[in-house]
Design a protein around this ligand. Sequence first.
Ligand code: ATP
Ligand code: ZN
Length: 302
Amino acid sequence: MPTQVSAERLEAITSSILQPTAANGVQGRTGVFEEVIAGLTAMITRHRPDGAEVLRFPPVMSRALLEKSGYLKSFPHLLGCVSSMTGTESKIRALIEGKASGQEWVDALAATDLVLTPAACYQVYPIIAARGDVPQTGVIVDVESYCFRREASSELGRMQAFRMREYVCIGAPETALAFRESWKAKAEQMANQLGVPFTLAPASDPFFGRAGKLMAVNQVEQALKFELLIPVNSEEAPTACMSFNYHQDHFGTTWGLRTDDGAVAHTACSAFGLDRLTIALFATHGLDLEAWPGHVREALSL
Ligand code: ATP
Ligand code: ZN
């Protein structure tokens, strides 16, 4: 296993398993990259809890629902909103033909009712809430979505568009917390099977602004978020490839989610960054899939 991830190695990864594009942090995925993603996807599916409901989403969601979920208070700097042209035909024509003095076509854009989904699990809570009470023993959803975040840096693994797979649990407080704890343990087993060096550490979300710093400190103090980190860019600053989150009653209160004893439901999720995990595998085992250790190839059905 490499102890040092060299700059050349990173460059090789970026240019041979990902296809850079004109947009920073937006890459095409090559065939070998997708082979590994497919293997990871199958591996995660093998660990799917019994009775989990499967939901797959396109990369956009309702703006109103995301606003209600509280995302804007915490992460306005990461949100992307879908805009489209508005106005009369003649106004739009003048703008796109560059004939509206001092105005660009983008000046005709107005926000639509859609945003780019920032995390897969946001879609799930209002859907489950609309169905009525959940059992105290919990409802589990297996969800995946392409996600978008307007990331400031484009270091390897920090993409603007990436795939997130999650198992989400909605139930009594002890159910949600036990779910989160059990996934921390399962994820360590999975990382061992994948042959990657890792640490599991308390973490915080990148909350916005000065008030956000306090929220981040609280999150760590209350042990609400853990990340499984794998060295990609450096040993000193390993990359978060999975996260295990306990939201307490945040989504339960927001969406009126209740357990069948009338209490506010608690929620938890375990999230797998499929692209980051794949990059971490290539960073660890090299670019030649054939040369990866046998047990890793087996775990990924390669
Ligand atoms: P980070 O701390 O690196 O900003 P995060 O804690 O915000 O990540 P989560 O919100 O927990 O990440 O998202 C779940 C998973 O999605 C992460 O563990 C990671 O694997 C993946 N992920 C998050 N942001 C990105 C990104 N910009 N590019 C690729 N994958 C990402
Ligand atoms: Zn989540």
